[in-house]
Design a protein around this ligand. Structure first.
Ligand SMILES: Cc1ncc(COP(=O)(O)O)c(C=O)c1O
Length: 304
């Protein structure tokens, strides 16, 4: 499916036409994966478009850049302002936002420091990532034969373009085997996360999610769900999850900006079932929060 084009893309401080947002074929990041990026969503609310946890995403972009690029030439604040300006310029109420900073056209070779850091923000209208049906009734997942990258291979907490080859291998394998999504294990054989989502399970009324040391990306949706679950007085354990706990879970779901809260109904042929009570309550709450219907969490929304 082609992207849903909008009018403008922000590139290095300027708004350019969608079709003119081009780069040179010798862009460093294209060859060596030297880029960092974010995925953010803007939702339609009664008070106009609102970007969900914009500041936290731009701060994570800066953290990823610290590892791979050293520095982005724009502050998190400037990138937040640019994002809102771009949403206004495109007159869009609801969209997916993709900021990216990468080593541009300069020199080839493995020393990236001689190439400039280019920065862009694009947005487009993007519906449910794992399908409307998946959001409602759950998806089927497969534990991947590919291991999730680990801290001394590539830092899992960085959201860097090249690192997504690991996610892509897992995703393709899952699709080839007839599943909707993959679940990767870390180097210790503990459950880590999906290719682009964090994972939660529920067993006997308790929620579990893998800790940061399970090679996960510290998801902003994961963080939001942890906060909501605590506020809703659910019992949550951030702890290692092994394969058997996942196979015997009462409920399981993915969290992520793209996937939002997508229930998992089966893993490797083990039946988990339709979205259960904890999943449903959290899903319902989350969807109210992002639409600005839960005043207590309005500080997560950046109204455009
Ligand atoms: C590997 C990976 N894990 C988890 C997530 C979920 O993170 P977030 O909730 O911040 O979108 C993402 C998406 O950015 C991801 O790419």
């Amino acid at each position: 499916m082609p992207l849903n084009k909008v009018d403008k893309i922000w590139m290095n401080g300027k708004l350019v036409d969608w079709d003119d947002a081009r780069i040179h074929v010798l862009t460093h990041g294209l060859h060596y994966g030297t880029g960092v990026f974010e995925g953010i969503r803007c939702y339609k609310t009664d008070r106009g478009p609102a970007v969900f946890r914009l500041r936290e995403h731009m701060e994570r972009l800066h953290d990823s850049a610290e590892i791979y690029l050293k520095k982005i030439p724009y502050t998190a604040e400037e990138l937040c302002d640019a994002t809102k300006k771009l949403i206004k310029a495109n007159k869009i109420e609801e969209c997916y936002i993709r900021p990216i900073a990468y080593r541009g056209y300069g020199e080839m070779g493995l020393n990236p420091l001689k190439s400039p850091v280019d920065t862009a923000i694009a947005l487009w209208s993007w519906g449910t990532y794992l399908g409307e049906e998946g959001l409602k009734n759950g998806i089927r997942a497969k534990i991947s034969s590919f291991e999730r990258i680990s801290p001394n291979v590539m830092p899992p907490r960085a959201k860097a373009t090249g690192q997504y080859l690991n996610s892509i291998l897992a995703k393709m394998e899952a699709l080839d085997c007839g599943y909707d999504e993959a679940i990767l294990m870390d180097g210790r054989g503990m459950i880590s996360e999906g290719p682009g989502e964090n994972i939660f399970i529920a067993k006997d009324g308790i929620l579990y999610t893998p800790p940061l040391h399970a090679s996960i990306l510290p998801g902003i949706t994961r963080d939001s769900i942890l906060k909501l679950a605590k506020d809703m007085e659910m019992h949550v354990h951030i702890t290692d999850v092994d394969r058997a706990l996942l196979y015997t879970a009462d409920e399981a779901f993915f969290t992520g900006t793209a996937a939002e809260i997508t229930p998992i109904r089966e893993v490797d042929g083990h039946h988990i079932g339709k979205p259960g009570p904890l999943t449903k309550r959290l899903q319902e709450k989350f969807f109210r929060v992002i639409r600005g219907k839960e005043g207590q969490y309005d500080n997560w929304l950046d109204f455009v």
